[in-house]
Design a protein around this ligand. Sequence first.
Ligand SMILES: Cc1cc2nc3c(=O)[nH]c(=O)nc-3n(C[C@H](O)[C@H](O)[C@H](O)COP(=O)(O)OP(=O)(O)OC[C@H]3O[C@@H](n4cnc5c(N)ncnc54)[C@H](O)[C@@H]3O)c2cc1C
Length: 413
Amino acid sequence: MTQTVIVLGAGMVGTCTAWHLRQRGHEVVLIDAKPPGQETSFGNAGLIQREAAEPYPFPLEAAKLWSVATGQGFDIAWRARALLRIAPRLLSYAWHSAPGRHARLAPHYGRLIQACIFEHEALIESSQAHDLVGRDGYRKIYRTQAALDRAGADALRIAERWGVDNRIEDADALARAEPALRQRLAGAIWHASTWSVRDPGALVQSYARDFERLGGTFLQARATALQPQGGHWQVQTSQGPVQAAQVVVALGPWSTDLIEPLAYRPPLFVKRGYHQHYDGPHGLRLPIFDAEKGYLLVPMRAGLRLTTGAELALRDDPPQASQLPGAERCARALLELGAPLAQPPWMGSRPCMVDMLPVMGPAPRHRGLWFNFGHGHQGFTLGPVAGRLLAELISGEPPFLDPAPYAAQRFGP
Ligand SMILES: Cc1cc2nc3c(=O)[nH]c(=O)nc-3n(C[C@H](O)[C@H](O)[C@H](O)COP(=O)(O)OP(=O)(O)OC[C@H]3O[C@@H](n4cnc5c(N)ncnc54)[C@H](O)[C@@H]3O)c2cc1C
């Protein structure tokens, strides 16, 4: 039976959820305070990461912890005040990251990632967004042979387990593949199955336009409250109340704001990140991740985008892009970077769960309320997969994969 459904949040996750619901004939209103794809789904690195079959664990090795604690690297930064507030969540994240536990939950992540290319393809085709997408992969580059050997062994293990095209390149092969690199490095892993998007926000907008073409409604309004009312859901918005039989919360890092008043407190925390564009004639052919330094360089429509690693801070703390100068220094030594294009740098928040799995499914205590958030480092990759799963569950169809590992119940009623 088709229903009226409100989807809150028009990032990659909410937009894909709305699209899949509309495909199944539901009356769908997609609500966002901004036009689609203007927040986290706008400023990311734009990789559709078919290779990311295992979620990022908390770094537990002593040397890495020491380097983070003493602020030596610039892949992970932290704010002391925030650490006190999020310590319980970080401890839980560290607990779930212990090798045995990580190995048990990683396949649930891998099964989602495995579907990402196929599911994006359906939306790219329907929205005719082919020109935004590069299909030649990206490279993780390594400065030392030891790091390349370690990561290479892992990449080959994942390639075999998950059917991914990961190839090891030595120093010569890397120099041939990316002749603009000024330094001779140990080599690279070429993740050839991964896709890269030249303008991530534009891809979300393209999917949202397709949703409207299919008959869906987009409402630009800030949602301020969510209440059950006589067998329906009422969302208070800056444009007035909106009602529907079902409501999906897909607000990325803001998802807990509207469900905490209903006594849901799923352990969401954020890893913030920054980007800056440069105008230089960089000559890069594919995106590169400078793996031992922890930043990405991605050729985009707007220029060469440098994205930083994780900043452990509160979502609403003022921006403090302390990782950017170090990353920029390394990038300048590698490439003709040119001048920064816009100031200040963009900032966004990866919505992360302590057990590294997104929350996708019904709310435990309220009929007609659904969750779709917490996709962490790969929400841009996983949007279409998450959207399909939610739409199947809401429509009462057999889901294409077992939803149990992602259920909100795992954190209690
Ligand atoms: C630096 C960086 C690099 C990244 N690189 C990648 C990558 O290469 N590949 C990848 O897969 N992932 C990447 N990610 C992660 C990815 O960007 C996120 O996981 C993903 O964008 C989350 O999507 P979302 O739809 O859940 O959230 P969002 O895109 O943040 O969408 C949430 C929406 O909710 C809206 N909203 C919030 N509150 C309200 C309200 N009260 N009323 C109405 N609307 C509201 C916001 O306006 C927003 O549009 C990266 C993240 C960062 C920070």
